[in-house]
Design a protein around this ligand. Structure first.
Ligand code: GLN
Length: 475
C-alpha cells in the first residue's frame, strides 16, 4: 500500500475488498505523521485512541460483509477551529490551550457517521485570522512543497497535511479565503461551499456571517464526496439551509461543453504575478477546447472588497471573541485581584497580536458614532459586491480567476506588514462576502516548482457546476 496515493474512493474500495484493514491504514498514517510532521507541523493534536476505535468499527463491518458507508476507513484531518468531543480544540490560540470540548462539530459528526476516521487536529492561524499560518500560537506550518515557504492560511495545517500525504483529506474553514488560498499554495483542491450549505454548529466562530466549513482533498472527486457527506440542513444551526443536496459525484461525469464562463477583468489587473496569470489563462483555454464559451465580464466593486471584508470580519470577530473572559472556559489569569482585572489579564495573556488588533478594529467600527460610518457603510458595499455577482450570473454559469495573486511566499516575508498580508486574499474575500461557492484547483506551477491554483466561482447552491469545471481542469 502506498498511502501517498490513496484517495477517498480507493481507500474504501480496498478495505471492502479486504486488501487491507482500516486499522492498518490508520497505523500507517500515524507512522508517517510521527516520522515527517516535525518539520511541516501540520498537526497540533493527534487522537489515536479515537481513530483506532473508529477503525475497528469499520473493520468489523468489513469482516461481516456489510455494505461499507461512503467514507469507510478514510483518514481525515480536522482544522483545530472545529470542536471535537474529548479532543483538545485550540483554534490555534493560547486562550484555548487546554480546552476539551464536550461535543462534536456537526461536520465532524457526519464524517464519522459516514465511516471516516479523524486522525487529529490541524494547525491554523489563531481563530482563523491570517493568510500564512504564521499567526498560530503554536508556531507556523511549513509548505510541504518548499519548507522555506508558507502553506497559506488560515487552514494551512489542513492543506499541508493533504499535500504532505499525512491525511487523505481534511476539513478547513473559509471566512475570507482560508480554504482556497492554502489549497492553492500547497497544490491541493479546496472547496468553499455556499453559505448555509454546511452547518457551522461546532465551528469556533470568527465572523459568523462569513464563516464556511469545507473540504481540502487530493482530487475534485474526493471534494465532491466529502461535501455530499457534510452538507445539508442541521437544526442546530439556524443559518444552515434546507436545500436538497445533489449527488455531486454523479454530476462530475457530465461534460462541461456549452457552459459560459465569465473572466472578470478586475481579477487580471496589476498585482497579478506573471506566472500565475499565464497558468490560469492556459487553463481557461483548455476549458474552451472542452467546449466552454468565454465572456469577458466586469465586477465593478471588486476594489472595495478588502476594506469591506476587514470592517465586517473584525466587527463580527470583536463580538464573537467577547466570550473569552476567563470565566466560562479557556485561559484564566492567575495574576488578577479583581473581576475586571481578571477579564483584562486573561484576554491579554491569552490572545495573540493579530487577534488583539482585530478586536480593537472591530470594536472601533461598531462603536456608537462610528457604526454608521464604518459598519453600516461596509454592509451597503457588501450588497453592491453581491449584486456584481448576481448581474454576472445572469450572463454566465461560472466565473474563473486566479485563486491568489502569487504562489506561496516565504515565511516571514509579510509578517511585519499586516496590510500586505491582507492583500493575499484579494481574489477570495469577494465570494465569502457574497455567500457564493468557490473552489481552488491546481492548474500548474511556477518555474521554481511552487503550485498555482485556479479559482472557479458559481451561483448560490450550484457547487455542482463549480465541481464539474474543476474536474475538467484537473484532467
Ligand atoms: N486571510 C483572511 C483573514 O485573515 C481570511 C481568513 C479566513 O478565511 N479565515 O481574515
Amino acid at each position: 500500500m502506498n498511502i501517498q496515493e490513496l484517495t477517498v474512493e480507493s481507500t474504501r474500495a480496498a478495505i471492502a475488498e479486504k486488501q487491507f484493514t482500516a486499522t492498518h491504514v490508520v497505523e500507517e498514517f500515524y507512522k508517517k505523521i510521527k516520522a515527517e510532521d516535525g518539520e511541516t507541523h501540520a498537526y497540533l493534536t493527534l487522537c489515536e485512541e479515537r481513530a483506532l476505535r473508529q477503525a475497528s468499527r469499520v473493520d468489523e463491518m468489513a469482516r461481516n460483509g456489510d455494505t461499507l458507508p461512503p467514507l469507510a476507513g478514510v483518514p481525515i484531518a480536522i482544522k483545530d477551529v472545529m470542536v471535537t468531543k474529548d479532543v483538545r480544540s485550540t483554534a490555534g490560540s493560547k486562550i484555548l490551550q487546554n480546552f476539551i470540548p464536550p461535543y462534536d462539530c456537526t461536520a465532524v459528526e457526519r464524517l464519522e457517521a459516514a465511516g471516516a476516521i479523524v486522525l487529529g487536529k490541524t494547525n491554523c492561524d489563531e481563530f482563523a485570522m491570517g493568510s500564512s499560518n504564521e499567526n498560530s500560537a503554536y508556531g507556523p506550518v511549513r509548505n510541504p512543497r518548499d519548507p522555506s515557504c508558507v502553506p497559506g492560511g488560515s487552514s494551512g495545517g489542513s492543506a499541508a497535511a493533504v499535500a504532505a500525504g499525512t491525511a487523505i483529506a481534511a476539513l478547513g474553514s473559509d471566512t475570507g479565503g482560508s480554504i482556497r488560498q492554502p489549497a492553492s499554495f500547497c497544490g491541493v483542491v479546496g472547496l468553499m461551499p455556499t453559505y448555509g450549505r454546511v452547518s457551522r454548529y461546532g465551528l469556533i466562530a470568527f465572523a459568523s456571517s462569513l464563516d464556511h466549513i469545507g473540504p481540502l482533498t487530493r482530487t475534485v472527486k474526493d471534494a465532491a464526496m466529502l461535501l455530499r457527506t457534510i452538507a445539508g440542513h442541521d437544526p442546530l444551526d439556524s443559518t444552515s439551509a434546507d436545500v436538497p443536496v445533489p449527488d455531486y459525484e454523479e454530476e462530475l461525469a457530465k461534460p462541461v461543453k456549452g457552459l459560459k464562463l465569465g473572466v472578470p477583468q478586475e481579477y487580471f489587473a496589476d498585482g497579478l504575478d506573471g506566472e500565475v496569470r499565464a497558468a490560469v489563462e492556459a487553463n481557461i483555454q483548455k476549458l474552451v477546447q472542452d467546449g466552454c464559451e468565454i465572456m469577458p465580464i466586469s465586477l465593478p466593486h471588486t476594489a472595495y472588497a478588502i476594506p469591506t471584508y476587514y470592517v465586517i470580519a473584525t466587527a463580527e470577530a470583536s463580538a464573537n471573541l467577547a466570550r473569552y473572559d476567563g470565566v466560562r472556559y479557556g485561559h484564566r489569569s492567575t495574576q488578577a485581584r479583581t473581576l475586571s482585572e481578571m477579564y483584562r489579564k486573561s484576554r491579554d495573556e491569552g490572545f495573540g497580536a493579530e487577534v488583539k488588533r482585530r478586536i480593537m478594529l472591530g470594536t472601533y467600527a461598531l462603536s456608537s458614532g462610528y457604526y454608521d460610518a464604518y459598519y453600516l457603510k461596509a454592509q451597503k458595499v457588501r450588497t453592491l459586491l453581491a449584486r456584481d455577482f448576481e448581474n454576472a450570473f445572469c450572463q454566465v454559469d461560472a466565473i474563473v480567476t486566479p485563486t491568489a495573486p502569487t504562489a506561496a511566499f516565504k515565511l516571514g516575508e509579510k509578517t511585519s506588514d499586516p496590510l500586505a498580508m491582507y492583500l493575499a486574499d484579494i481574489y477570495t474575500v469577494t465570494a465569502d462576502l457574497a455567500g457564493i461557492p468557490g473552489i481552488s484547483v491546481p492548474c500548474g506551477q511556477t518555474k521554481t516548482g511552487l503550485p498555482i491554483g485556479m479559482q472557479i466561482l458559481g451561483r448560490h447552491f450550484d457547487e455542482t457546476t463549480v465541481l464539474r469545471l474543476a474536474h475538467a481542469v484537473e484532467r
